[in-house]
Design a protein around this ligand. Sequence first.
Ligand SMILES: Cc1ncc(COP(=O)(O)O)c(C=O)c1O
Length: 412
Amino acid sequence: MERLYDSRPPFALLNGADPKELFSDLPTPCYIIDESALENNCRLLKRVSDGTGCRILLAQKAFSNYDFYPLFSKYLCGTEASGLFEARLGKEEMPGGETHVFCAAYRDCDFDELLLYADHIVFNSVAQLAKFGQKAKNAGTSLGLRVNPELSTQDSHAIYDPCAPGSRLGVTKAQWDSKMTPGLIDLLDGLHFHTLCEQDSDALAKTLAAFEEKFGAALNGMKWLNMGGGHHITRPGYGVELLESEIIRVSRKYGVQVYLEPGEACALNAGYLLTGVLDVTENGATTNVIIDSSAACHMPDVIEMPYTPPLYGSNEGGRFAYRIGGPTCLSGDIVGDYRFDLPVSVGDRLLFGDMAIYTTCKNNTFNGMPLPDIYKMKPDGSFEKLTRFGYSDFKSRLGGVKNQNIPFCQKY
Ligand SMILES: Cc1ncc(COP(=O)(O)O)c(C=O)c1O
């Protein structure tokens, strides 16, 4: 089969266009989501599902700009949600697709509503399965249990390692052996694991070996295996062949439908954050550039992960060095240290790359920072405003709901 290999650097899909001209009519700050880039990712993912028979879900925690769900639905089989609202969004906005939910623990008051949206529900503990399993089964939902293969495959980013010692995520083999009963096993249609973060297929292969050793026997007789997210399938150089052979091997060996639920891979390198320079100040050897966007508010993973996002026009050998940060009070509201060939001045515009993932769905209004507008860049190069935020988006999250008298937990 002809393969689509992706070797894009973060700004390659600008196709050589100068962002100063391309985005000159857009306000700052704003996110720009590139429809062609999303479709490019979708095609790569579809190749994997077509070639292996696996089903691929969009993990909405990474990207949930639902104006693009009609596009995704042409290539993916549905959505994965981490809770009630994402489940509802997936069901509403990708109505023909499957709706899978995994949450570390479900609330009693949400559960009936969740059953309206979810066709697959994954539990995180034996106790949660025992509590909600029969009810979900009676509603016709396909049930799974998240297991923990207890194999860490990454050295860094400990907060993204569900296999770290003492992890609350997934049932360990010891928990399974001591707590699972034949009745509970009977409720299960599938197993789920999620252990990877921005990793290649070699890490998946190692994880699968650990999973099979501990839970392979339990998988026999079940209908599906969900291998979670963290597969960086659309990253240039990702080892697609090994992923595909592992999917095919496992599907055949256990007679199960394999699911993947990548988030990042769906929208990798498919968005930008356009910002404006508000001030340039010097403190000793450091030249600080303050932009009208904030790492803490608008690109929270820069601080949480942490990582330094790609910035158009910067280069490591550049003559002029800057520390770029946001306008909030947080000393650590720093996007990163960058170098340019030319000096940066007040009024300049800066373009951060790979800004579609874990941004628009994770941002906040700390310090009263406005949320950036979100634009779609269409394949013909034109723009469509998807949403504009204002003061009410900030204020409504802080109070002021008088006279509504809605009972807690029934307010949705
Ligand atoms: C259960 C689960 N599935 C899928 C994902 C998506 O991961 P990624 O965006 O790294 O592909 C995550 C991310 O944390 C997750 O926890």
